[in-house]
Design a protein around this ligand. Structure first.
Ligand code: PXP
Length: 259
């Protein structure tokens, strides 16, 4: 199936962005060129992904500059470039003009993106990034905690999209901490609703698995999920296409749309 056909065909259908960072993590464990993240992106397209997400980190621990060049040139799906708000990353994003840029917090010592961006506290630093990227044609998204303060700050910055960090909810559910999961889910639900009221497009990501996707996917005004680590891990056992296909099916079932 041509990748261009793998886009949303009903308005209630949630988009799936597949994050391919950890294909590059495995490649980089040995050096060389295999496994190839571009091949993963092409397979994701064939399996029904609506977009490809890649995080170019300051330390280049997984995705490389060359990966961004190849993904920009060779995939048919929209590319969502995750990056920290630094002048180096801004220059790269302005050069490649990805469909979307998701601004994320980044700490050198972290294993993965911990927590959301402090948009409220970082307003003056972030404003020129949102402006330049938007003027350059990329749809800017801010990766934030599910908090009213961060949503209001994101709206006031003029970013059209927020992505809610749902890692705490997913971890609590996976660990069997039902009370914490319920608390976190309530925060997410409130934030999704508030985001929609503010006119923001609301996405979610981080830590999503087959076991944690359904309740999040069922939130009706959410429009996109970005999922990486679990899908790449699951691909070891069932293959990437089958892993994405099953996730897609669970998302569609949660939304009550035919897959
Ligand atoms: N969304 C954002 C903004 C992220 O930083 C990440 C992790 O790189 C993801 C989604 C995907 O998270 P996971 O790999 O846990 O599915």
């Amino acid at each position: 199936m041509p990748a261009s056909k793998a886009t949303s065909h009903t308005s209630n259908r949630l988009r799936l962005g597949v994050n391919i960072d950890h294909v590059a993590t495995i490649r980089n464990a040995r050096g060389g060129s295999l496994p190839d993240p571009l091949r993963a992106a092409q397979m994701a397209a064939a399996a029904g992904a609506d977009g490809i997400t890649a995080h170019l980190r300051e330390d280049r621990r997984h995705i490389s500059d060359e990966d961004i060049v190849r993904l920009s040139a060779e995939i048919d799906l929209p590319l969502n470039l995750e990056m920290a708000a630094t002048s180096e990353m801004l220059e790269i994003a302005l050069r490649h003009k990805p469909h979307a840029v998701c601004l994320v917090p980044e700490k050198r010592e972290e294993r993965t993106t911990e927590g959301g961006l402090d948009v409220a506290g970082g307003h003056n630093h972030l404003a020129p990034y949102v402006r330049s990227l938007s003027q350059n044609g990329s749809r800017v998204s801010l990766f934030i905690e599910a908090s009213s303060e961060q949503l209001l700050a994101s709206a006031s910055l003029g970013a059209p999209v927020v992505e809610l960090h749902v890692g705490a909810y997913c971890d609590a559910l996976a660990d069997g901490r039902a009370k914490d999961a319920a608390f976190e889910f309530e925060r997410i639900e409130k934030a999704v609703n508030q985001g929609a009221e503010l006119g923001l497009e609301v996405h979610a990501g981080h830590g999503i698995t087959y076991d944690t996707v359904s309740a999040v996917a069922a939130l009706p005004t959410l429009t996109e999920l970005n999922i990486g680590h679990f899908l790449i891990g699951e691909a070891i056992f069932v293959g990437l296409e089958a892993a994405i296909f099953r996730m897609r099916h669970l998302m569609d079932a949660a939304r009550g749309v035919a897959g």
